[in-house]
Design a protein around this ligand. Structure first.
Ligand SMILES: *Cc1c(COP(=O)(O)O)cnc(C)c1O
Length: 359
């Protein structure tokens, strides 16, 4: 508390990111980072950008990120005008909340979802209402459509959802976008590359649909901070107006070239995501064999509970063995653990530790 704060700061409830401990030899399965390194082409591009003793760093980067937007557009079959880039998808989402989701009627999102959404609502003074997931932790599109245009100003959710990992089929997203044609519909596809279908394919048919992606998970670049949004030009132009009222240069030179190189290396992307998917399936089976109930996941994490073990105690017991996973003290999910899919060796270490704890 400080009398020097602006009044709005007193009322904020900031997001709490998963911890990034400074310890070595930790099995870190708590923040859904990719266990594999980024494409070697990313490093080569950054090194090229640093050539000449860093002479290029003297100059501001391209404020529009055109080369990166072209690389992203190319991989989705979209024009660069249909791509917006930002400093991590969290920044893209922040601009989206302010630029597209603040209306007279409430913004709708699931009761169990990415916990940053209510934080942005608090920051920007956006009225919201949560829509419960069903008993199987699935999003029901009909529950959103039932609110009707009078009850919904806009809709946002991740697909696959976080922290459940459950995915909706593309046809359901299309039904939602068509059913609420006057509401912006934002699909946060942070995890889509691990097993769901991207709604990017629907953009040219739905002027109200915005799809948000990140390079933090499936491209192994959480440390570079690059995210993007895909949508028809009017939506993208709205985001550009917000961005240019906030920070004209959100992406630095190294991030711009590194991200473009990552988008261009399709083979590396395919290889690492297939490895993560294969490890996820094996980990899910091993957890089930230990008595865990594991939700079907289309993401790079699993959401699981053990009927005979308290989740907070399990997380603490794992931590004492230098393994960290995420536990949310929230209604309906406080007996679950969210476990990031690691390397084969990390997954094996987790299973060995759980085997000892549960036995
Ligand atoms: C990780 C994550 C993000 C944020 O990603 P960054 O690009 O690293 O900011 C956004 N949405 C969801 C659902 C996520 O899990």
């Amino acid at each position: 508390m400080s009398r020097f704060w602006s009044p709005v700061v007193h009322g904020l409830t900031p997001y709490v990111p998963g911890e990034q401990p400074k310890l070595d030899n930790l099995v870190k399965l708590n923040t859904n980072e990719n266990p594999y390194p980024p494409s070697p082409r990313v490093l080569a591009a950054i090194q090229t950008e640093l050539a000449g003793g860093g002479e290029r760093l003297r100059l501001y980067p391209d404020p529009t990120g055109l080369a990166l937007r072209q690389a992203i557009g190319q991989s989705f079959g979209l024009a660069s005008e249909q791509v917006f880039v930002g400093n991590g998808s969290d920044e893209v989402l922040a601009h989206t909340f302010l630029g597209l989701l603040k209306h007279d009627r409430p913004l709708l999102f699931p009761d169990i979802t990415y916990s940053f959404y209510p934080v942005y609502c608090g920051l920007y003074g956006i009225d919201y209402a949560t829509v419960p997931l069903d008993d199987n932790f699935q999003i029901r599109v009909d529950d959103y459509l039932a609110r009707g245009p009078q009850g919904a100003g806009a809709v946002i959710f991740p697909n696959p959802n976080a922290p459940t990992g459950r995915a909706l089929p593309l046809a359901e997203i299309a039904r939602l976008a068509a059913g609420l044609p006057d509401c912006p519909i934002v699909i946060d596809e942070a995890y889509v590359d691990f097993g769901a279908e991207s709604a990017a394919a629907l953009i040219n048919r739905h002027p109200n649909l915005l799809v948000v992606h990140t390079l933090s998970k499936s491209r192994s670049l959480a440390g570079l901070r690059v995210g993007f949004a895909l949508g028809q030009r009017e939506l993208i132009d709205g985001l550009v107006r917000v961005k240019d009222s906030f920070n004209s240069y959100p992406l630095d030179r190294l991030a711009l070239v590194g991200a473009a190189a990552a988008m261009a290396d399709q083979a590396w992307f395919e290889d690492t995501r297939q490895r993560v998917i294969a490890s996820r399936e094996k980990l899910a089976a091993n957890l089930a064999a230990l008595g865990f109930q594991v939700l079907p996941s289309a993401a790079n994490f699993l959401f699981a509970r053990h009927p005979g073990q308290d989740a907070a105690e399990l997380a603490a017991a794992l931590r004492s063995r230098s393994i960290i996973v995420r536990h949310f003290k929230a209604p309906r999910i406080d007996q679950f653990l969210r476990i990031t899919v690691g390397t084969e060796a990390q997954c094996a270490a987790l299973i060995a530790a759980l085997d000892a704890i549960v036995a």
